[in-house]
Design a protein around this ligand. Structure first.
Ligand code: ZN
Length: 205
């Protein structure tokens, strides 16, 4: 293993890939790979500095996610973690092909949709949103999945949800094969009732 000649980022002859640094920080590497990265970091100030940047970024994203205003695919562990920290999480889990009545109140911090689907064998999965006329509104391409998890956990933007009018939103998970052909994995309909503004919302909880 070569030693870095200084502390300036970018002077490592064999820098650890940024994505690997992220996985290292999240403890998502296999043991052997983690050991190799650790050994490299012990001797490389340059990559150590880059790791600190990755940590700052990851923590920034984490606190943004906990702010509840982003649309994100999150992990079940993230939901448990924010619940443990006392945030109020509102969750809906419509069955595939089914629908659910939903809303948010001023007291909610995080809004979660649990979308059950068989992801085994899927390599690329997109999460798409449609209005009640079937017009695509928004697509999250190539979302992170755990093929054995039996579905995904979607965090809807709380800022968006609290302002949304009464409306129907259809979420669809699709997988794409190498040729780019789409295959549906599941469709979930959210009948959203707008949040009640003003003191009435508080009196009803
Ligand atoms: Zn390095």
């Amino acid at each position: 293993m070569k030693q870095a000649s200084g502390t300036e980022p970018g002077n490592c002859p064999n820098p650890v890939d940024a994505a690997v640094l992220v996985d290292y920080w999240l403890s998502a590497l296999a043991a052997l790979e983690e050991e190799a990265v650790e050994e490299h970091l012990l001797g490389c100030d340059s990559c150590g500095a880059r790791l600190r940047e990755v940590i700052a970024l990851a923590e920034g994203v984490r606190s943004l996610a906990r702010g509840g205003s982003l649309r994100l695919v999150v992990t079940p562990e993230f939901v448990q973690c924010v619940q443990r920290d006392g945030l109020h999480v509102r969750q809906y889990a419509p069955p595939p092909g089914g629908s659910v009545q939903c809303t948010v109140t001023a007291a909610d911090d995080i809004l979660i949709g649990r979308l059950a689907a068989n992801l085994v064998g899927a390599s690329r999965v997109d999460l798409c949103f449609y209005d009640e006329h079937g017009v695509e509104q928004h697509r999250m391409p190539d979302i992170p999945i755990n093929p054995g998890a039996g579905g995904i956990v979607y965090q809807e933007s709380m800022t968006f949800a609290k302002a949304a009018p009464t409306s129907t939103l259809i979420a669809r998970l699709v997988t794409l094969d190498e040729a780019g052909a789409e295959r549906p994995l599941g469709e979930y309909t959210f009948h959203h009732t707008r949040s009640l503004p003003g003191p009435g919302a508080w009196l009803s909880v």
